[in-house]
Ligand binder design. Structure first.
Ligand SMILES: Cc1cc2nc3c(=O)[nH]c(=O)nc-3n(C[C@H](O)[C@H](O)[C@H](O)COP(=O)(O)OP(=O)(O)OC[C@H]3O[C@@H](n4cnc5c(N)ncnc54)[C@H](O)[C@@H]3O)c2cc1C
Length: 241
C-alpha cells in the first residue's frame, strides 16, 4: 500500500505538537536518512510498463537520468500465462531476474515505495530513504484481490479451481483442462478491472480447441460467466455482440 502525504503542515507547528523525546528522535532519524537519491525521472515499478517506458525514453535521449524502483527479485512476462494455462508454454520461461530486464543506463533501486510527497517531489522508501525527482511515472501494476470473491483464496489451486492471473496458479489451469473428460467448464471474468480483459476469453477458446482435438468437445458444456457489462471492451466488437 502506498500512502500519499497530501496534507501541508507547518513544520514548526508540527514540532510544537510532539513530545521532546520524539522531536529529538525525529531530528536524529532525519540526519540518518537524508535524500538518498535524486533523479531526473523516477519510475515506480519494473514490470512490463516500467521497463518499456524507461527503454523508450532512453531510445529518444540517451543522456536521461532514469531510476526504476522495484523490490521484486523477478520479472514476469504475464501475457504468456494464457499459453501456460493452455499447456503450450513453459511457466519457467515467463520468469526472469529483474536485474536482467532493467534497460542498460537505468539505475535500479531495489526497494519498495512506501509513500508519496508530491508537493515536495520526493517519495519515501520502505528502508526509510527518500528519492527526489523532476518527473515521476507510477507503474506499480494492479493488486490481485482474491478475497473479493468469497472462498476463492481457500480453494484456488485445488478442487478444479484455477486462475491464469498468477505465476503460482497458471500451470494448474492446464491440469484441470487436461483432466476434464466430461462435465461443465466455467470460465469467469470478474466485474472489476483485470490485467487483461481478453485473458478469460483466450483461455476458454484454447481449452475448447484442446477438448476438440481430444474428441471431448461434445461431452463438455463450456460456459462463460462475466461480471462485465459487455462481452468485449473494444467498441467495434461490442457493437457486434
Ligand atoms: C493471463 C494474462 C494474460 C495477459 N495477456 C495479455 C495480452 O495478450 N496482451 C497484453 O497487452 N496484455 C496482456 N496481459 C496484461 C499484461 O501482462 C499486464 O498488463 C502487464 O504485465 C502489466 O504490467 P505492469 O508493469 O503495469 O504491472 P506488473 O507487471 O504487475 O508490474 C508492477 C511492478 O510494480 C512493482 N511494485 C508494486 N508495488 C510497488 C511499490 N510499492 N514500490 C515499488 N514497486 C512496486 C511490482 O513489484 C511489479 O514488478 C495479460 C495478463 C495476464 C495476467
Amino acid at each position: 500500500m502506498i500512502k500519499i502525504n497530501h496534507r501541508k503542515r507547518d513544520p514548526i507547528q508540527l514540532l510544537q505538537m510532539l513530545p521532546m523525546s520524539k522531536v529529538i528522535k525525529g531530528i536524529y532519524a532525519y540526519k540518518l536518512n537524508p535524500m538518498a537519491h535524486s533523479h531526473q525521472i523516477v519510475i515506480i515499478g519494473g514490470g512490463n510498463a516500467g521497463i518499456s517506458v524507461a527503454a523508450k525514453l532512453l531510445r529518444k535521449n540517451k543522456s536521461l537520468d532514469i531510476a526504476i524502483i522495484d523490490p521484486a527479485k523477478y520479472h514476469y512476462y504475464q501475457p504468456a500465462w494464457t499459453l501456460v494455462g493452455s499447456g503450450v508454454f513453459d511457466i519457467r520461461k515467463t520468469q526472469r531476474l529483474e536485474a536482467s530486464v532493467i534497460p542498460s543506463g537505468v539505475k535500479w533501486i531495489q526497494e519498495k515505495v512506501k509513500s508519496f510527497s508530491p508537493e515536495q517531489k520526493f517519495i519515501s522508501l520502505d528502508n526509510g530513504e527518500q528519492v527526489s525527482y523532476q518527473f515521476l511515472i507510477v507503474a506499480a501494476g494492479i493488486q490481485l484481490n482474491w478475497d473479493e470473491v468469497k472462498g476463492l483464496k481457500e480453494t484456488l489451486g485445488k478442487n478444479n479451481v484455477c486462475s491464469n492471473f498468477s505465476f503460482e496458479h497458471a500451470p494448474y489451469t492446464f491440469e484441470c483442462i487436461k483432466n476434464l473428460q466430461s462435465g461443465t467448464a466455467i470460465f469467469h471474468n470478474p466485474h472489476t478491472p483485470v490485467k487483461c480483459g481478453g485473458a478469460p476469453h483466450k483461455i476458454m477458446y484454447m481449452a475448447a480447441d484442446f477438448f476438440r482435438k481430444k474428441g471431448r468437445l461434445n461431452k463438455i458444456n463450456i460456459q462463460y460467466w462475466s461480471g462485465a457489462a459487455k462481452l468485449f471492451a473494444v467498441p467495434v466488437l461490442k457493437k457486434r455482440c
